[in-house]
Structures are given as structure tokens and as C-alpha cells.
Ligand binder design. Structure first.
Ligand code: CO8
Length: 381
């Protein structure tokens, strides 16, 4: 058995950013357009008018100020309101594999390693581009690896922590020397930009984590314990899938919807219920895991939490540390990135861990749809 070490992390940031002001301006123009188009039905009481969004609400309710996206114009175009990501021919690298490989290269470079040092690629993300071949195998190809293996997995916002445990277990069992856990998240394609309740929530990004057998290198973070939890809930759901085309009523053999928003096949959530149910679930999970590892709150230097909502994170951090906590204790990146699903806690770790010293301990923690949650306790080497 060999301990798995997080040798380095990598980050790829998309080229475009949308501020809350830009987003709300576009959304409110859509609302005005819709209400004007449907003025007669609204006047007859057949339709409810749409309500405008507000920058103040978004910042106060979530802590989000901006989000990165792979394409911006389509999202802000009132007639389209979704990113414009043209299809690529099969002999070109798919966009999800491309951005995943970018993050993977960043992690390898920071660790001073090459693809030849890696035996496995796990693409762990909420939104996979296709059924097969696995995106991970394309990342493997894009990195120039002619050996090893790749596979995809999806545990929504907890994909990266579940991927880390799978990678650490395979390394400990001797099945791989090193594994890259890659989380390319193009959430902008599965977000309903016309939905006032959620149009501000998500952003795009790609992260990578290089895990390696202890004796093959120096430095990084030792995984001192990891734990996974799931509990079924419909409060965060996306019904997009391969059976969609078979679900039409008998006799409806017309053309499939082409380019329509398919609103019921996008991300939907009961945000308030998620907030209320997930905060205690995650706080208890972290505290129980701390007890089992013999860690007192004052021995914890930092928590790198999933980045969905600043208020959720402050409440969880307070329960972990047993005092008011925030800022350096529980770094925030969602103000700049919004919710990037599985990548959020990894970006927080990537951006806010270098200042810690050998022996310092903390936890990378994810939570989200499923429900699913993962805790990965780490100690700096
Ligand atoms: N502008 C102005 N007012 C608004 C807006 C808006 N945009 N939206 C809602 N309001 C109004 C409502 O109408 C309501 O008004 P009233 O009080 O008069 O009824 C009021 O504001 C309050 O509404 P809410 O109760 O909905 O607001 P909350 O305070 O609960 O905040 C949040 C909403 C920010 C969504 C909050 O509930 C939250 O963050 N909850 C946690 C969500 C969470 O953690 N989700 C995890 C999702 S991540 C995941 O696992 C999914 C993975 C898949 C990712 C890929 C998909 C793209």
C-alpha cells in the first residue's frame, strides 16, 4: 500500500467574463421583450408577466459578482440566451476534452511531471459532452499518452472529490503510479439563462488534480482521510439524457426539437430547500470525520468548500471551526467564478493553499446534486 499525494493542481479559466450588471441587463431586456410580446394574454389573465432580476438580489443571496464562460455573445443575446458553441468534426478534439487537457497540462507543469509519469485520467464532471467514447480517453490522447487508461464519472458537484478518492484507492492498491482527476465544467450549456431563479448561478472552468504515489516525488499534500456520502433528492435535477427522444407520445413522429431551449431538460433546483438540507448534512459530515481523525477545530487551518453560495459556506465554516469563520479560514472564489460545480472547491484549494506550512491540515469538501458530498482531509508535506 502506498499513500496518495496531491502533487499539484491545475486551472484553466475561460476567456470571457460576464458581470452581474451585464447579465441582469440582458435578462431584463428579455423580460421586457417577453411581456410586450405577450401583452394581450397577460392583460386577459392567461399568462403571468415575467419579473425582472436584480444585481442587488444576486449579490446578497449568493455572493456571486461575475462568472467566466466559454462563449459570451450568445448568452447575452436576448433572442438566443445560450452560449454559441459550434459543433466540431469528430477528428478535432472536443471542447470538453480540450479545456480538460489544458487544466491537466497546468497541473503537470506545476508538479514538474510529464504525461509519461501518469497512468490514468479520470474526467469527473457534472456535464459530459457525449455518451462515448469517454471524454477521459480523448484527454489521454490530447496529452499524447500512449499507455494507461481513462474513464468518465459524474457525481454532479461532488465529482472531483469522488474522483480523488477513486484515484487515491487505485494508487494505494498499486493499479497506477499517478492519476489526473480532471473536471471540465461547461455549466453555461446546461443552465436556463431565461430562468430568474437560477440565471446567475453558474460559470465555466476546468480544473485538474495530479495524485501520485508518495515515493515517486516530493512536496504536495498527503490525503489523511477521505469519505463519500450520497442521499437521494429531487431538489437539484437535470432530466437531459439519451432517452429524451423516445419519450414523445405515440404518433408524434415529427422532427425533434432543434436548437430549442428544452427548458425541462436543463438544470432545475429548489434552492431554498437545498440550502436548508445540505448545510446540516455537510457540517455534520465534516465534524464526524474530524472526530474520527482525532482533529480538534483549532487544528484545522482551512476548509476549501464547494462554491455555491457564500451564506452556506459561512454557516458550514462556523460549525467546523466552532466560531465565526470566513475569509482565510474558508476562502471564497465564487464571487469571481460563480458556481463551477465540481471544480469550485478545487479552485479554492488551487488559489488558496500555497501560503500554508508543512504539517498544516484542512479539508476539501464538495456538496451538491444527488445529494452528494465528499470530504478529503489533507496535510501539507
Ligand atoms: N432577482 C430578484 N429577485 C429574485 C430573483 C432574481 N434573480 N430570483 C428570485 N428572486 C426573488 C424570489 O421571487 C423571492 O421573492 P419573494 O420573497 O417575494 O417570494 C425572493 O427573491 C427569494 O427567493 P429565493 O427563496 O429563491 O432566494 P434564496 O434566498 O433562497 O436564494 C439561491 C436563492 C441563491 C439559489 C439560494 O437558495 C441558494 O444558493 N441555494 C443553494 C443552492 C445550491 O447549493 N445548489 C447546489 C447546486 S449545484 C449542483 O450540485 C448542481 C450540479 C449541476 C451543475 C450544472 C448545471 C448547469
Amino acid at each position: 500500500m502506498s499513500a496518495a499525494i496531491i502533487r499539484a493542481t491545475g486551472l484553466w479559466t475561460p476567456p470571457y467574463s460576464i458581470s452581474n450588471e451585464e447579465l441582469v441587463t440582458a435578462f431584463n431586456a428579455y423580460v421586457e421583450h417577453y411581456n410586450t410580446q405577450h401583452a394581450a394574454e397577460i392583460a386577459r389573465g392567461e399568462l403571468e408577466p415575467l419579473q425582472p432580476s436584480s444585481v442587488e438580489f444576486v449579490e446578497k443571496a449568493s455572493g456571486i459578482r461575475s462568472r467566466y464562460v466559454v462563449e459570451k455573445d450568445g448568452i447575452l443575446d436576448v433572442k438566443r440566451m445560450m452560449p454559441n458553441i459550434p459543433a466540431r468534426p469528430n477528428d478535432e478534439v472536443a471542447i470538453l476534452a480540450e479545456i480538460g487537457a489544458n487544466a491537466a497540462r497546468d497541473a503537470l507543469e506545476r508538479a514538474g511531471k510529464t504525461p509519461a509519469d501518469v497512468d490514468g485520467i479520470i474526467v469527473a464532471a457534472s456535464n459530459l459532452q457525449r455518451a462515448y467514447p469517454a471524454v477521459a480517453i480523448e484527454v489521454q490522447m490530447a496529452l499524447g499518452m500512449e499507455h494507461g487508461f481513462g474513464f468518465d464519472m459524474n457525481v454532479a458537484c461532488s465529482s472531483a472529490t469522488f474522483g480523488m478518492q477513486a484515484a487515491a484507492d487505485m494508487i494505494a492498491a498499486g493499479n497506477a503510479r499517478a492519476i489526473l482527476v480532471v473536471s471540465p465544467e461547461i455549466t453555461s450549456a446546461h443552465l436556463n439563462w431565461r430562468d430568474r431563479d437560477s440565471h446567475f448561478i453558474f460559470g465555466d472552468v476546468a480544473t485538474a488534480i495530479l495524485l501520485e504515489r508518495d515515493e515517486l516525488g516530493e512536496g504536495g499534500w498527503k490525503i489523511i482521510g477521505s469519505r463519500l456520502k450520497t442521499q437521494f433528492s429531487n431538489n437539484i435535477r437535470n432530466n437531459f439524457g439519451f432517452l429524451n427522444r423516445t419519450e414523445r407520445a405515440t404518433g408524434d413522429n415529427g422532427p425533434l426539437q432543434n436548437g430549442s431551449p428544452m427548458d425541462d431538460k436543463l438544470f432545475v433546483q429548489e434552492g431554498r430547500k437545498v440550502f436548508k438540507e445540505v448545510v446540516p448534512m455537510v457540517s455534520e459530515m465534516i465534524r464526524e470525520h474530524m472526530d474520527d481523525l482525532g482533529l480538534e477545530p483549532d487544528e484545522m487551518k482551512r476548509v476549501w468548500l464547494h462554491q455555491a453560495n457564500i451564506n452556506m459556506n459561512l454557516m458550514i465554516a462556523k460549525k467546523v471551526f466552532g466560531r465565526e469563520a470566513g475569509g482565510e479560514d474558508a476562502p471564497t472564489i465564487l464571487d469571481e467564478f460563480a458556481n463551477t460545480s465540481s471544480a469550485g472547491s478545487i479552485i479554492a484549494f488551487h488559489r488558496h493553499s500555497e501560503d500554508l506550512r508543512a504539517g498544516d491540515k484542512g479539508v476539501i469538501c464538495s456538496f451538491g446534486a444527488g445529494y452528494s458530498a465528499g470530504t478529503v482531509f489533507v496535510e501539507k508535506l
